[in-house]
Design a protein around this ligand. Structure first.
Ligand SMILES: NC(=O)c1ccc[n+]([C@@H]2O[C@H](COP(=O)([O-])OP(=O)(O)OC[C@H]3O[C@@H](n4cnc5c(N)ncnc54)[C@H](OP(=O)(O)O)[C@@H]3O)[C@@H](O)[C@H]2O)c1
Length: 397
């Protein structure tokens, strides 16, 4: 097994320039004897990717936007690096499948991470899974692929990482009554639906506890993030929606809980910093320093819990409904949400237009049996087209 006393783990990090990517590299840099960066990827931020290559010296770097290939190649050459410059969507799949790496961190945002995440699952990698959208889109396919190849999925979403830590280590579910996913409530917790009419992207992205990319920040503000996580938990832990509940916990210290039939409730606590989950996934089953400060419970003094307000934040109910419908419904929900969030961030859609666009897209495209990956990917594309058309209609109205 790779580790401190053996050969280092060789890590392919997809989405290296993002928030999760940055936290991953922070943990890796603390343990140069344990981890070696094999590959890094970005979508369009060539400058940052070259800088990361200078620091971590990977064998290859991928820029997903193929139009920037030459810029990456020239940047690496100018920096005097031997790192190979690759580009395009297929190159992401190639580095996720490359036998030179044993660990893949899936930290691309959105369904754009689907193919590379699935490739890592198919190739039996240790898969640190942050890219929740691919689980929502094709959870069954992904989990099945990991089962067949022997890939170990280590959830990186802090809630799922907490649940992973609190469930029996043998993978059994005996005695589990329910999972309790905590939610900070986002920047608009406690506000009425009406008062959210004019909130801006910057207000939505000003998360009170977590520093994250803009898409997931908006998802946290609408509570769709928690909805996506309910679907993710269903696939990763094999429990029905009725056994997965959401609990608002504004301090973001208890990352989630498992309730057992004997009345025991196991929770994982820690400061709100993704490096804990990433260090856990990178070193599992060992424990390594993540750089996260120890928890000071007396300073915190109190931990609060409340039920989510589904009236003000209807996206969570939409996600439960999509999971209950099953088939392609979660894929439609995810695709429409990606279009809606991007449009909100561009100033084309008001905050309350996000759930409206999701509802309209779900109503326009009937769910079908999920079938295989092709059916799901086709559905993803159709839902995006439909959502864009509906958005245009909303703008004209
Ligand atoms: N941030 C968190 O604390 C957190 C917590 C739990 C789960 N997650 C999940 O982790 C994933 C990443 O989130 P994040 O907050 O780190 O996002 P982010 O900061 O926006 O970073 C996204 C990364 O993906 C790359 N990327 C974007 N679009 C791409 C595309 N079409 N093809 C290939 N690469 C693309 C970006 O490259 P460029 O920089 O070049 O654009 C960047 O490296 C999401 O699924 C999110 O839900 C995040």
């Amino acid at each position: 097994m790779a580790g401190a006393l053996n050969t280092p783990r060789r890590v392919a990090l997809l989405g290296a320039t993002g928030s999760i990517g940055t936290s991953t590299l922070d943990v890796i840099a603390r343990h140069p004897d344990r981890f070696q960066v094999q590959a890094l990827s970005a979508h369009s931020d060539v400058e940052k990717l070259v800088e990361l290559c200078r620091q971590f010296r990977p064998a290859c770097a991928v820029i997903a936007d193929a139009a920037r290939h030459a810029q990456l190649r020239d940047g690496l050459r100018a920096a005097g690096l031997a790192t190979a410059a690759l580009a395009g969507a297929q190159a992401l799949v190639d580095i996720a499948s490359d036998p030179e790496s044993d660990t893949v961190v899936a930290a691309i945002v959105g369904a754009a991470g689907m193919a590379s995440t699935l490739a890592a699952a198919r190739k039996g990698k240790r898969l640190l899974l942050a890219n929740k959208e691919s689980v929502v889109l094709a959870g069954q396919v992904l989990v099945q692929a990991a089962r067949e190849s022997g890939a170990q999925i280590l959830p990186i979403d802090s809630e799922h990482n907490a649940i992973f830590q609190c469930l029996p280590a043998d993978g059994g579910r005996g005695g589990v009554r329910r999972l309790l996913l905590t939610a900070s409530g986002g920047p608009f917790r406690g506000r009425s639906r009406q008062s959210l009419e004019k909130v801006t992207p910057d207000q939505a992205c000003a998360h009170p506890k977590w520093v994250m990319g803009r898409k997931i920040s908006v998802d946290s503000a609408t509570l769709m993030n928690k909805g996506l996580e309910v679907i993710e938990a269903h696939h990763l832990f094999g429990l029905p929606a009725a056994a997965i509940e959401v609990l608002v916990h504004p301090q973001s210290i208890v990352h989630s809980l498992v309730d057992y039939v004997d009345g025991s409730v196991l929770a994982q606590l820690g400061n709100p910093d993704m490096r804990t989950a990433l260090a856990h996934g990178l070193a599992w089953p060992e424990r390594i320093d993540s750089g996260v400060a120890p928890l000071d419970l007396p300073a915190l003094a109190r931990l609060d819990f409340e039920a989510p307000d589904l009236g003000a934040f209807p996206c969570l109910a939409l996600a439960y409904a999509a999971l209950a419908t099953g088939g392609t419904a979660p894929a439609i929900l995810n695709a429409a949400n990606e279009v809606a969030v991007a449009s909100f961030l561009e100033g084309r859609l008001p905050f309350l237009g996000i759930p409206a666009l999701l509802e309209a897209t779900l109503a326009a495209i009937p769910a079908e049996p999920a079938g295989d990956l092709d059916v799901l990917m086709d559905c993803d594309q159709r839902a995006r087209r439909q959502a864009r058309e509906l958005l245009n209609e909303m703008e004209r109205a």
